[in-house]
Write a protein that binds this ligand. Structure first.
Ligand SMILES: [Cu+2]
Length: 351
């Protein structure tokens, strides 16, 4: 009798404990999944972060793909691209200075071309690590990210201008081991912008060499990507609240043209050349970025009213062909944009 009563009385408590344990194990599972997934995982790209002997190791796998992408906001222009992981640009890779990158490039047997990976953040051997993998082969190499900064990556297989202009480029950001400092303050928002030149004829290698026949400038893979002002089909803009410190990480993945980066209706508060906190310029109107170079730009809008900036490559042949990006500074800015995962910092329309 006593025992039975005890059991009945304990039942709600047992139920609560069971529910709590189930909840805790779910939480643990999801946190483990997050830890082992790094920040992104799909079947063409994975990034797993592990700790070994005090080092942070990034196990990154990308599949070289010869796939179609849309290079316009309306989705009407399908293009025979080549990509790392399916998208132009490829996925953002973000690590900290001193981390180890264990990289694997898969070139499926169904591809027609050899492909390779050239991380500008790596100090290795061009013929060894950066050599190409033929269709059906897999290439692996390891390097330490010794230098802090904002680096391009790209395919270096021949003919290189074709592999890059067709989409095989992206960003590897190496955050400084010191973290944020007084001279490299923590921004409120960060956005990645990667510019490239577009040839409608994907086999026009001669035009790519002579710099003729290119028709558009792409920002993160689309012309006028973030500017409904210039293209009504544009669905995204960069967002921030008035007065916030916004840091734009810009990479010039053009084939031939240097870029003259200017924020219309604003001034670059600081420019970190190559994205490195060691290379600071102040109060700049326009800043030149070499082909395959980069810069991180700090901009602060007036705090007392909503404003807009147009981030342009002031080289008019680039701006008028697509290199215009709107940064909208408004009180109701989406709190998720420009924060957290790289997917929130390199904006793409989610299908
Ligand atoms: Cu390639």
């Amino acid at each position: 009798m006593f025992k039975e009563k005890n059991t009945i009385e304990s039942f709600p408590l047992l139920l609560a404990i069971t529910a709590m344990l189930a909840f805790m194990s779910l939480m643990l599972m999801s946190s483990l999944a997050q830890a082992s997934d790094g920040h992104h995982k799909d079947k063409h790209f994975s990034h797993t972060i592990i700790k070994k002997e005090g080092k942070t190791i990034h196990q990154i796998t990308m599949t070289a793909m010869e796939n179609e992408v849309e290079v316009d906001n309306a989705g009407k222009v399908k293009y025979a691209a080549m990509t790392f992981g399916g998208t132009m640009p490829g996925p953002v890779v973000r690590v900290t200075q001193g981390d180890i990158i264990e990289f694997t490039l898969i070139n499926p047997a169904t591809n027609a071309f050899p492909h390779s990976m050239d991380f500008h953040a790596a100090v290795v051997d061009v013929l060894d690590e950066f050599g190409a993998a033929n269709p059906g082969e897999t290439k692996k190499f390891t390097f330490e990210a010794r230098y802090a900064g904002l680096f391009m990556y790209h395919c270096g297989a021949s003919p290189m201008p074709m592999h890059i202009s067709r989409g095989m480029f992206g960003v590897i950001m190496v955050d400084p081991k010191e973290g944020f400092t007084k001279s490299y303050p923590k921004p409120d928002r960060e956005y990645f912008l990667v510019q490239s030149q577009f040839w409608p004829d994907p086999l026009n290698v001669e035009g790519m060499m002579e710099n003729t026949g290119w028709t558009q400038t792409l920002i993160n893979g689309k012309a006028f990507h973030y500017t409904p002002v210039h293209d009504p089909a544009s669905k995204l803009v960069l967002e921030a609240k008035p007065g916030e410190l916004v840091r734009l990480h810009y990479v010039n993945a053009n084939i031939n043209n240097v870029a003259s980066m200017h924020p219309i209706a604003g001034i670059w508060d600081r420019v970190y050349v190559n994205g490195s906190p060691k290379n600071i310029m102040y109060d700049m109107q326009t800043h030149l970025v070499p082909v395959s170079g980069s810069a991180s730009y700090d901009i602060v809008s007036p705090a007392d009213r909503p404003t807009n900036n147009a981030i342009v490559d002031h080289n008019m042949s680039s701006a008028m062909r697509g290199a215009i990006t709107i940064l909208m500074n408004k009180p109701d800015a989406n709190p998720e944009l420009g924060r957290g995962n790289p997917e929130n910092m390199l904006l793409r329309v989610k299908n």
